[in-house]
Design a protein around this ligand. Structure first.
Ligand code: BEZ
Length: 228
């Protein structure tokens, strides 16, 4: 068995699963409402890398909120365990050790959802020899479709600044016909997609288009200012 997006492809409607969480029972699409969503999974509660990741996610929660992204975590333990672990995460962040985090955590003690969404990492086992969840990141658009999935093994913690950067790119490119180049950050120039014919480019991009000369003579490396 291999970890992956459970057969989910970019553009697929994300499963409208039901689950128990630290904010009660949810139906995923109702939970999302009209917002974007980010679902990030974790191998287990009370594990070191996961604690640092959830601590960082908690610190960045206002940034996700600003972008209208609802956050939700998943770990294959019970809601009760999640509450206890949340205290440790808040303490790791040097905050009051309360049971509340700025996002819900899904309980998946029977691994039903982990299996459905293709999240199990066959190379990482718990004390009982059972596979644990990989570090999946799913970003879901307001249309409930999967916009991005990234999969990390249990032994590599994620970079939540990168996840925010990706959200910025996804939200920009959802409303403007542009693409973001390597290491793009909000405010940087963006690229004109190859599907835009040369004749229409200057009309479509009123800030102008800069085309880089290349040895091939092909005019595909086209930049424009980031649309407002
Ligand atoms: C961790 O979160 O620290 C972890 C979990 C499973 C395997 C390796 C590390």
């Amino acid at each position: 068995m291999s970890a992956g997006s459970g057969g989910l492809l970019l553009g697929d409607v994300f499963p409208n699963f039901e689950a128990d969480t630290t904010i009660g029972h949810i139906r995923f699409h109702d939970f999302l409402g009209d917002s974007w969503g980010v679902l990030f999974s974790h191998p287990r509660d009370y594990t070191p890398v996961c604690t640092t990741e959830l601590g960082r996610a908690a610190k960045l929660a206002p940034e996700f909120k600003k972008r209208n992204v609802r956050m939700i975590a998943l770990s294959i333990d019970s809601v009760q365990d999640h509450f206890g672990w949340s205290k440790d995460i808040n303490s790791y962040n040097c905050d009051e050790p309360t049971e509340t985090l700025p996002f819900a955590i899904i309980a998946d003690p029977k691994r039903d959802l982990a299996v459905k969404l293709g999240m199990l990492d066959p190379d990482e086992k718990d004390m009982d020899g059972m596979p644990v969840t990989a570090r999946c990141v799913f970003i879901i658009g307001p249309d409930k479709k999967l916009k991005l999935s990234i999969l990390y093994p249990a032994t590599t913690g994620r970079n939540f600044d990168e996840i925010l950067r990706v959200v910025d790119s996804l939200q920009l490119t959802a409303v403007h016909n542009v693409a973001t180049p390597v290491d793009w950050k909000p405010g940087d120039r963006v690229m004109v997609p190859p599907t835009v014919p040369e004749e229409s480019a200057s009309k479509l991009y009123p800030c102008g288009v800069f085309t880089k000369e290349l040895p091939s003579g092909k005019k595909y490396l086209r930049y424009t200012a980031q649309p407002k």
